[in-house]
Design a protein around this ligand. Structure first.
Ligand SMILES: *Cc1c(COP(=O)(O)O)cnc(C)c1O
Length: 465
């Protein structure tokens, strides 16, 4: 399997190289040169596979022969052994609502599904080539801890995660800073999330620094993350239909960077019988407005909501969809992105807009509706939704058959839950006792120079140890 850029500026590369590259060197996103197609007969045989066996089948299609099957299998087993539920991503019902629980990993949010696998994949590829990698990222909450848990203790990887000091929830902060492995380096930046993000961008744009220290990213643009996320769509379909390829299933997906719902789109393009895919957004509704109008227009500011992991202005995976919406026409993708960069908006043709509406439903959900949904589901069934999941459940009100993706454990977002139902959800074991644990974190001014010096100094001590 070969990978190319949505902008057409690179020669085709293999899977391993695509994983290590992350963002394409022409600034585009990497996509497979063609999407593998699954025959219904093949799908039927997948219907009763375990999550891990399904992950092996799906990833084999994208990895090709670059990783021997036995190695790939071991890597996947290791990645999902950290999940506390034997099914990895079980389906439960809350009253009439079907919920696909994606939060049984070590940090209680769905990003673990992809980042546990990506961490092991990095380690495997680095070992094979004898290389090292320094991951640098900024987080407003969930991604940082999931990335840290994905690579903690891995010899060939150091990870630096910047968070805005005092601006992530205490639980989220503690999830990061209580990981004491020698390769994990937390930095609290005296500033906002945007400051932290800008520092990371500055470091990545400093090409001599980037290549001297082999900086890597773990944000949601890595193709390996998308691929891991397609697995639970196949899994849910198999569990619900028992392999009846005449039966199509709809999904409602709480959406921020468009990674999760894009994985569903990919699964459908591979041949999975998916009916509707609902993009569920909060007040940051650029994607919903796009599906309704055909115009993708950036607003002045990010709005803070009760579902903070979806408080995103520009969805980083959207470019992949633009590419497929235009049948792989890279020149067209470049022209549209150029419009976006120059004017803050892009508009697709009427015909493409009709196609987008055929591909997705989209609903924006307010904070008031989110709280109302948490309350309604709790009253009807006793089940507690996290605010992100509640956005998805609300958005699927007109599709009672849809499977709603539960992206975080409700105990991670206690404040919103208390606001809705007056009590907190009981925490899973992974979130217990966090506030009492020993923590380690550096604190720096919001300056790229300061962070750069900190990284250099830290890497010197690490390599001396
Ligand atoms: C990251 C995240 C989302 C959004 O997922 P995307 O792939 O960015 O669309 C939704 N809910 C939670 C809890 C998250 O952490």
């Amino acid at each position: 399997m070969h990978y190319i850029s949505t902008r057409g500026g690179i020669e085709p590369i293999g899977f391993a190289q695509a994983v290590m590259m992350g963002l394409a060197t022409d600034g585009g996103l990497l996509v497979p040169a063609e999407i593998p197609a699954l025959e219904p007969a093949r799908l039927r045989t997948w219907a009763d596979l375990s999550f891990q066996d399904l992950a092996l089948e799906v990833s084999t299609l994208f990895v090709g022969d670059e990783i021997p099957r036995a190695d790939l299998k071991a890597l996947i087993e290791r990645s999902y052994a950290t999940f506390s539920h034997p099914e990895v991503t079980p389906i439960v019902t809350a009253g009439e609502t079907r919920i696909l629980e994606l939060f049984h990993g070590p940090t209680a949010a769905f990003k673990d599904v992809a980042l546990q696998w990506l961490g092991n994949l990095f380690e495997y590829l680095l070992e094979r080539e004898g290389g090292r990698l320094n991951i640098v990222g900024a987080t407003s909450g969930d991604t940082g801890s999931a990335a840290i848990y994905g690579v903690r203790g891995k010899e060939r990887i150091q990870i630096f995660i910047l968070h805005p000091k005092g601006r992530v929830s205490p639980i989220q902060e503690r999830q990061m800073t209580t990981v004491l492995d020698g390769n994990v380096h937390n930095v609290a930046v005296r500033g906002t999330f945007d400051d932290a993000q800008n520092i990371v961008k500055t470091l990545f744009n400093d090409l001599p620094f980037k290549s001297a220290y082999r900086l890597g990213a773990v944000n949601s643009i890595n193709w390996a993350r998308i691929l891991a996320q397609t697995v639970y769509y196949f899994y849910a379909w198999g569990r619900i239909t028992g392999g009846d390829t005449e039966r199509r299933i709809s999904f409602s997906v709480p959406t921020g960077n468009f990674g999760d719902v894009f994985a569903g789109y990919l699964a459908r393009r591979m041949g999975l019988p998916i009916d509707r895919l609902v993009i569920a957004t909060n007040r940051n509704d650029i994607l919903t407005r796009f599906i309704h109008s055909g115009v993708y227009a950036v607003e002045d500011a990010v709005h803070q909501t009760l579902s903070p992991a979806m408080d995103i202005q520009i969805a980083s995976n959207f470019e992949r969809y633009l590419y497929y919406l235009h049948d792989g026409d890279q020149a067209r993708v470049c022209a549209l992105l150029d419009d976006l960069k120059r004017t803050g908006r892009l508009e697709v043709s009427a015909e493409r807009h009709r196609q987008a509406q055929a591909d997705f439903d989209a609903v924006a959900v307010s904070d008031a509706e989110t709280l109302d949904q948490i309350r309604a589901t709790y009253e009807a069934s006793g089940y507690i939704l996290c605010p992100h999941t509640a956005v998805g459940v609300r958005a699927a009100r007109d599709l009672p058959e849809a499977v709603c993706l539960a992206t975080a454990h409700p105990a991670k977002f206690g404040e919103a839950v208390v606001q809705a139902i007056g009590c907190e959800a009981p925490p899973p074991p992974s979130l217990l006792g966090l506030l009492e644990k020993e923590a380690r974190c550096a604190e720096l001014d919001a300056s790229a120079e300061a962070v750069k010096e900190h990284i250099e100094a830290t890497l010197k001590t690490v390599s001396a140890a």
